[in-house]
Design a protein around this ligand. Structure first.
Ligand code: FCB
Length: 444
């Protein structure tokens, strides 16, 4: 007999989707990504994106609310709020306030990211995150923004995936991101400034809003040595893990950034995390390769039998989400955890239903160890502009016809809606949407 069961989540669990300003707003002409796109580095340009700046956030928030989501994570665009160093755009802030009101009216909790990969062009012209003067500049922007928006939210994510920002922009290889430099040492300097920026933001937010919950979002990857018998594979894996991934959160715990090339003391960062923002997508194997000196001789790859996404960008390895959550709980005890992103690119929605169900299942296992997981934000609500990959990768529950702005409902919408409404995952849902993994999730 097939088992009938429901894996429930704690009351008040947040179920939502995540987006980022540049990826959905459209016409973000004043940041470094727009410029990068015009220079031809990306697969298409962001253009109108999902036209949220033109007001289509309303219809997308309606979709999210109707589909049972009780939360949404979005980001604000620094270059809109502060178009030049000595100018604030109050209408831009007012627009973000109306989006936040829009969420409130729909009964949804808002999580606001203050920096999601984009920088105003004026900032890049004075050194971006390469010089520590950015810390004061970021702090000013955060103060202004939080003052304007704090009426509507107290859940803040300072910086999205600082490790991704530093790695892709200064080491490259995975994608080609602005500023497109190849300088590992400079990459770590940027990382240190991102830590300082986070710390300054943390303190200013708490000054303005004592009850705020402030964190950042880490791009967690489960890195495994390709050949566990190889000491070289093990060393480069450890360097990748500790240097690229763990350096940032460890600095917030200890006040010291330790990385493969040294240590930097950043005392003001100590204790500046109220929750752990955990973005998880995939697992990578890592192997020693002399052709990658700039990546500390580490090359990463997927296994031949991995369950790969539509264009092969990600592997569906749900157990690694559990591994990651375990690492967070053990390394950073007592911090609530928010799964701030998780999702997969799949234009035809072939892999997405099982990806969702299997990851929700692993998260449920984690919750049952009493690990303090408070919410889950699926990436993403609707297809959006995927950085260097442009429109190639489709991460939305809803598809987007970029030409017409038409939204196309994928089957995953109904699966995720069922999970959100039930506050759990049932055997019936799995039977209906992804029977191919039924045995894995509900072993008889
Ligand atoms: C994450 C980013 C997000 C999106 C997804 C697919 O690394 O935070 O903006 O690009 O990947």
């Amino acid at each position: 007999m097939t088992p009938q069961a429901t894996y429930h989540f704690p009351r008040g669990f947040l179920w939502g989707t995540a987006t980022a300003a540049h990826q959905v707003e459209g016409n973000n002409t004043n940041n470094q990504w727009w410029k990068w796109e015009q220079e031809g580095h990306t697969n298409g340009t962001s253009g109108l994106a999902c036209d949220w700046w033109g007001g289509r956030w309303r219809e997308d928030f309606d979709r999210a609310a109707e589909a049972g989501q009780n939360a949404h994570r979005f980001s604000v665009e620094w270059s809109r709020i502060q178009p030049t160093p000595d100018q604030w755009d109050e209408t831009a802030l007012e627009k973000y306030r109306s989006m936040l009101r829009g969420l409130r009216e729909r009964g949804m909790t808002a999580m606001v990211t203050l920096h999601h990969f984009t920088d105003p062009i004026w900032l890049t012209e004075v050194g971006g995150w390469e010089t520590d003067e950015v810390v004061k500049r970021f702090e000013r922007f955060v103060r202004k923004t939080v003052e304007a928006l704090k009426e509507y939210t107290n859940l803040w994510c300072t910086i999205n995936e600082p490790n991704g920002y530093a790695l892709n922009g200064y080491v490259g290889g995975v994608g080609d991101w602005p500023p497109g430099k190849r300088n590992l040492k400079l990459g770590f300097q940027v990382m240190a400034n991102l830590i300082r920026g986070h710390a300054a933001a943390y303190h200013v937010i708490h000054q303005l809003q004592p009850e705020a919950r402030v964190g950042f979002a880490l791009n967690y990857r489960d890195f495994q040595p390709l050949h566990s018998w190889s000491p070289l594979d093990r060393i480069v894996t450890a360097n990748t893990f500790n240097g690229v991934m763990a350096a940032f959160p460890s600095a917030l715990a200890t006040g010291v950034m330790s990385y493969p090339l040294g240590k930097i003391s950043i005392p003001e960062a100590k204790g500046t995390q109220d929750y752990f923002g955990f973005n998880y997508y995939t697992r990578n194997f890592v192997t020693f390769d002399l052709r990658f000196p700039n990546r500390l001789f580490a090359r990463d790859l997927y296994a031949p039998n991995d369950d790969l996404s539509g264009s092969g960008f990600l592997a569906n390895v749900p157990e690694s989400m559990f591994t990651g959550l375990k690492w967070v709980v053990r390394t950073f005890p007592n911090l609530p955890i928010i799964v701030s992103e998780n999702g997969v690119e799949s234009a035809d929605d072939r892999i997405r239903p099982r990806y969702i169900a299997q990851h929700v299942h692993q998260m449920w296992r984690a919750v049952n160890f009493n690990w303090p997981i408070k919410g889950y934000f699926h990436w993403s609500l609707v297809d959006n502009f995927e950085w260097d990959a442009g429109w190639k990768y489709r991460f939305g529950l809803w598809g987007l016809d970029v030409e017409t702005q038409k939204r196309i409902k994928r089957p995953s919408v109904d699966l995720y809606a069922a999970i959100c409404k039930e506050n759990g995952l049932s055997s019936e849902m799995v039977q209906k949407y992804c029977p191919e993994v039924f045995e894995k999730i509900f072993p008889g």
